[in-house]
Design a protein around this ligand. Structure first.
Ligand code: ADP
Length: 504
């Protein structure tokens, strides 16, 4: 058996290839950012061809930095930004338009049209999700309605749909020359088209969205051999043996397999996942029901999820649109120039509000401003927004679960920010814990691929890898915690109902 597993993490801001050893430790990494395209207010796109080029290149970077070849790689696992929608021509391999990214809100009209008959919860019992611009379904419907010639070609069976796991897998396995057109159950569960019980596409939902079934990938488990890498790749003939959507992958990488454990990932957005085991739980507090994982022929494991659209991307926005900092990591030093938020609260409802509100017509607001507020307060308010939003989601999880979580495992790009993590512990009132391997998303993808080829034996073996790195204990008084949170809740209400027909 070769010594390593290679995970491809096709994220929202970048694509990484990470090589893991048998202990689950990182050996080497390749990484490239791709362009974020904002053609209009509310629209967010990626160039799928750029993502594929970057994928090939980061594989090369990781292999050469580790000074190994394909013979040292036992299997490849894929994890991906979820919901981001790619439609391409089967014969040419060319996307028909840019990928529509999960944060994109252009499909609000389609959401409203579909909700006329039965409301936004119309399909929830089947797919676990409310109608929302967030999921892949309305994005695919939009492409068929708006891209010239797309509907006709789709009806003729000439177009393929996929989230970026499927796009990368299809290309890695040969593309126009025999590419494998498959997704896994976790990504399937983010389209709105998949039945959470049978794990198959639902013809009635496809009919409502007017999407031809022939475009859709085959749904498979998260851990099995889907195909092998094509001949021109540096990884030729290596089996591709695992796929998990990024948040499910991070949960798997945190070895949070049992009900009651939870992880919160701090990336472009924030995603708290609460595994519910083999039981499918429907939330009464604004959470989504989603598939956690399914290993080969094993049972389906479900989870509740609280998704927050804008957290790390607010820091990017302060960097790119306002020039408040030169790099995301500088936000901590700027926020540390002040002792508190100075009364300012920043609600980044740039894509409406996701969990637990699901209010598409909210828009961002910076409130509580006085002449006293300076750059430092705004930096602090931006970081605090991430922590407040996570508390709202955690409260929903606690309400659905009927008991309170006693600590929170965290990961993602923002967890290097000490000020944020301390404030998070303070505002939650429970400890926040970061593991040694913070790249839990890639690790989760490596794990499912490694399990499929026998590189790792079972979940117990994986659980033995997890090691604590840092723990932040709450130190804020109860009164201050509740005062800040009450003000935050008040700030959130100021963002509601902003979008009218003429504000779009
Ligand atoms: P994704 O997987 O969603 O692409 P990552 O987990 O790589 O995202 O995290 C990147 C995000 O984290 C970016 O939005 C960036 O603004 C934010 N970020 C990175 N470092 C810091 C930091 N030190 N403090 C605050 N935010 C940060």
């Amino acid at each position: 058996m070769p010594d390593y597993i290679l995970a491809i993490d096709q994220g929202t801001t970048s694509t990484r290839a990470i090589i893991f050893d048998h202990a689950g430790s990182i050996v080497q990494t390749g990484q490239l950012e791709h362009e974020q395209i904002f053609p209009r207010a509310g629209w967010v796109e990626h160039d799928a061809e750029e993502i594929w080029r970057n994928t090939r290149e980061v594989i090369g970077q990781a292999l050469s930095r580790a000074d190994i070849t394909r013979h040292d790689i036992a299997a490849v696992g894929i994890t991906n930004q979820r919901e981001t929608t790619v439609v391409w021509d089967k014969a040419t391999g060319k996307p028909v338009c840019n990928a529509i990214v999960w944060q994109d809100t252009r499909t609000q009209d389609i959401v409203e049209r579909l909700a006329e008959d039965g409301g936004v919860q119309r399909f929830k019992d089947v797919c676990g999700l409310p109608l929302s611009t967030y999921f892949a379904g309305t994005k695919l419907a939009w492409i068929l309605e708006h891209v010239d010639g797309a509907r006709e070609k789709a009806e003729n069976g000439e177009l393929l749909f996929g989230t970026t796991d499927t796009w990368v897998l299809w290309n890695l396995t040969g593309g126009t020359d025999g590419g494998v057109h498959v997704t896994d159950v976790t990504n399937g569960s983010r389209t709105m088209f998949m039945d959470l019980d049978t794990l198959s596409w639902r013809d009635d939902i496809l009919a409502a969205f007017d999407v031809p079934r022939s475009m859709l990938p085959e749904i498979r488990s998260s851990s099995e051999i889907y195909g092998t890498v094509e001949a021109s790749s540096l990884l030729r003939e290596v089996p591709i043996a695992g796929i998990l959507g990024d948040q499910q992958a991070a949960t798997f990488g945190q070895v949070a397999f049992t009900p009651g454990e939870a992880k919160n990932t701090y990336g472009t957005g924030n995603f708290l996942i609460f595994p519910t085991g083999t039981e499918k739980v429907m939330s009464e507090h604004g959470l989504l029901t989603t598939v956690g994982y399914k290993l080969g022929d094993g049972e389906t494991h479900y989870a509740l999820e609280g998704s927050v659209a804008v957290t790390g991307s607010l820091i990017q926005w302060l960097r790119d649109n306002l020039g408040l900092v030169g790099q995301a990591s500088e936000i901590e030093a700027l926020a540390s120039t002040v002792d508190d938020n100075g009364g300012a609260y920043f609600v980044p409802a740039f894509s409406g509000l996701f969990a637990p509100y699901w209010k598409p017509d909210a828009r961002g607001a910076l409130v509580g401003l006085t002449r006293y507020v300076n750059r430092g307060h705004i930096a602090r308010a931006a970081l605090e927004a991430t922590a407040f939003q996570s508390r709202e989601v955690l409260e929903a999880v606690n309400a659905d679960a009927g008991e309170a979580l006693t600590e929170l495992k965290v990961d993602g790009g923002m967890v290097g920010n000490d000020l944020l993590m301390q404030f998070q512990a303070d505002i939650l009132g429970v400890p926040v814990v970061r593991p040694k391997v913070a790249e839990t998303t890639a690790l989760g993808a490596a794990y499912v691929a490694g399990l499929a080829v026998g590189f790792w034996k079972d979940l117990d073996e994986l659980a033995g890898h997890w090691q604590e790195d840092t723990r932040w204990e709450p130190s804020m008084g109860e009164e201050e915690r509740e005062r800040l949170y009450r003000n935050w809740k008040k700030a959130v209400t100021r963002t509601f109902d902003w979008v009218d027909d003429d504000v779009r």
